[in-house]
Design a protein. Sequence first.
Length: 206
Amino acid sequence: MNNNSPLRNYGDNLLRAIYSIDQKNIDILIEKFLMKINGDGEVHLLGNGGSAANAHHIVGDFSKTFAILNKNLRMNCLSDNGCYITAVSNDIDYSSVYELLINTRIQKNDLIIFLSGSGNSMNLVKAARKAMNYGINTVSITGYSGGALKNIVDLSIHINVEDMEMAEDSQLILFHYIKQILINKLSNEEISMPKEQKRNCDDLIA
């Protein structure tokens, strides 16, 4: 590929964004996951738009993987229920869709992970403030300046990039990395998925 191609430039900028993340903070998040696996409480991923789509993907990916490993990881994406989101937006306000769940659906022993490009989405900020008042553990993964979230949550993971697409790309890359680290820590055996082996390695239709 031409070293000056637009795709190469995008990839180089994305790599810089990934490398800007503080490894110590990632390691802390990994430890939080280890405490939740076969432990108390749930992990809630909250986001809007592309970040909500990432949350949806991450929850599905982690749920399958750790079930195969026979591990109990209760994890959910609270934007998945369009009926709930639209009802609260219509009857109260969109800025309340997550805040309303704090200390009701989301409890003291849970972990909330906020995914946001800007860190300034009002519905996330309001939920983070209410969670802080109830002593619920919170993490934010944000781009740009980190926004208001970085000063509210217990752990701020900041991606130093002023680009929404790259901020969202980085969210997925980070969680794929975290999943691989957790698998290595929790299992000495290779995960057995024969159909995936056929599709990916044997290049067969399965």
